[in-house]
Write a protein that binds this ligand. Structure first.
Ligand SMILES: CC(=O)N[C@H]1[C@@H](OP(=O)(O)OP(=O)(O)OC[C@H]2O[C@@H](n3ccc(=O)[nH]c3=O)[C@H](O)[C@@H]2O)O[C@H](CO)[C@@H](O)[C@@H]1O
Length: 370
């Protein structure tokens, strides 16, 4: 246990930065440290923070970096400069001992201000291909923390540690399968297929699954489909017509229920989803979001494929017959699913939030004894 100190965590802009950042904040707070969150002016940040009144937070006017040739680039520079000044003011009062940036351009000014004060500074990159803001910040931070070891070559020559991507704390642990199925009003005698997009669903994936559904009708299969905002009614109507037992929701809050009920998962390959599949030890078929920056979801998925934890299917190649057959083959092959589940469990470091907190504590202790 280290002497309490103050940490800035810059984690605004998207759920992908916010939720892992909040998980680290909770862990550091439990260890007695004081936290200041720096977020963006976006509404998602304010909504997420409402659930965490225990943390102080500052908002920054940073925006994403446009092309250097775009007229918006001047505005970007002005806002970044204002953000840097604001961070320096805030640090004068808060007196942090370390700064952690979870990615995105809301992190850049806080990290730079930390660097100017010669504090230990960290970025966390949750994807297998880094985002632009992290590539830029890597040039001046003390250490890079990674969700996937596969990302390390992008930060050549830089000290790094593979911590995993922190999973939000309000995600409970596994519950007994029967209990989870009862909560979802599903049948314990059937195999359960869980279909999920990212935090906002996945329209393309939904359509592809609807086309496959008729193939599973005569089998002891049921489906949990988390559709996102738009397709829930369509999904329920589809499965009713096919007489396929189902639980459909646009968004499910108690993800531990659906993970504990599932025998096989069809999912996008976002960093948090993959961390959770590893934590719950679930076999999966990964269908990367085709328009993700630099196709980073395919790179994320490949980590699972190479470890034998998942199958990869690109959305454009999701032909109903072959995809339906792949699902059936996996659902009827218990041994293969068990092997995939064991591989999923072993693939990522668990307690990622604890690992990130350890790195921060270690660096602050070193800085204090110097
Ligand atoms: C489309 C896109 O570019 N997505 C990116 C976005 O993640 P995005 O937020 O889309 O996806 P993630 O897989 O990282 O996270 C999804 C989260 O939503 C939760 N969930 C989902 C469905 C539901 O009904 N209930 C629920 O709680 C999951 O438990 C998980 O915690 O940022 C990630 C981190 O940079 C990237 O890896 C993703 O590629």
């Amino acid at each position: 246990m280290s002497t309490p100190f103050r940490v800035v965590i810059a984690c605004g802009g998207t759920g992908g930065h916010l939720f892992p950042g909040l998980a680290v904040a909770e862990t550091l707070k439990q260890r007695g440290h004081e936290i200041l969150l720096i977020v963006s002016e976006k509404s998602i940040d304010s909504i997420a923070l409402k659930a965490h009144p225990e943390f102080r937070a500052e908002k920054l006017p940073s925006i994403g970096m446009p092309s250097v040739l775009s007229p918006a680039f001047v505005r970007f520079l002005r806002r970044s400069w204002e953000s840097l000044g604001h961070c320096r003011d805030v640090y004068r009062r808060f007196r942090p001992s370390a700064v952690l940036g979870m990615g995105g351009f809301t992190s850049t000014a806080p990290l730079l201000a930390g660097r100017m004060q010669k504090l230990p500074t960290f970025i966390h990159e949750s994807n297998a291909i880094p985002g632009r803001a992290n590539k830029l910040a890597a040039k001046f931070v003390t250490k890079v923390l990674l969700g996937f070891g596969a990302c390390a070559p992008y930060f050549e020559g830089k000290p790094y540690a593979v911590t995993g991507t922190p999973v939000r704390k309000n995600l409970g642990g596994a519950i007994p399968r029967e209990e989870a199925l009862a909560a979802l009003k599903l049948d314990p005698a059937r195999k359960t297929l869980l279909v999920m997009g990212g935090s906002q669903g996945a329209a393309g994936l939904n359509q592809a699954i609807f086309k496959c559904a008729p193939l599973w009708v005569d089998q002891p299969v049921q489906i949990i489909h988390l559709t996102g905002d738009r397709d829930d009614r369509l999904a329920a109507a589809n499965y009713q017509r096919e007489h396929l037992l189902h639980y459909v929701a646009p968004f499910h809050h108690k993800m531990e229920e659906v993970y504990s009920a599932a025998d096989l998962v069809i999912s996008r390959a976002g960093a948090s989803s993959l961390s959770e599949l590893s934590q719950f030890g679930l076999p999966s078929i990964l269908v990367p979001y085709p328009y993700a920056t630099d196709d980073h979801q395919t790179a994320n998925a490949k980590v699972f494929i190479e470890a034998g934890a998942a199958e990869l299917v690109q959305e454009a190649k999701m032909a109903p017959d072959s995809f339906g057959l792949l699902v059936t083959n996996l659902l009827t092959n218990d041994r293969r699913r068990e092997q995939m589940a064991a591989a999923a469990r072993a693939i990522l470091p668990h307690d990622a939030a604890g690992n990130v907190a350890d790195e921060v504590e270690k660096a602050v202790q070193e800085a204090q004894t110097r």
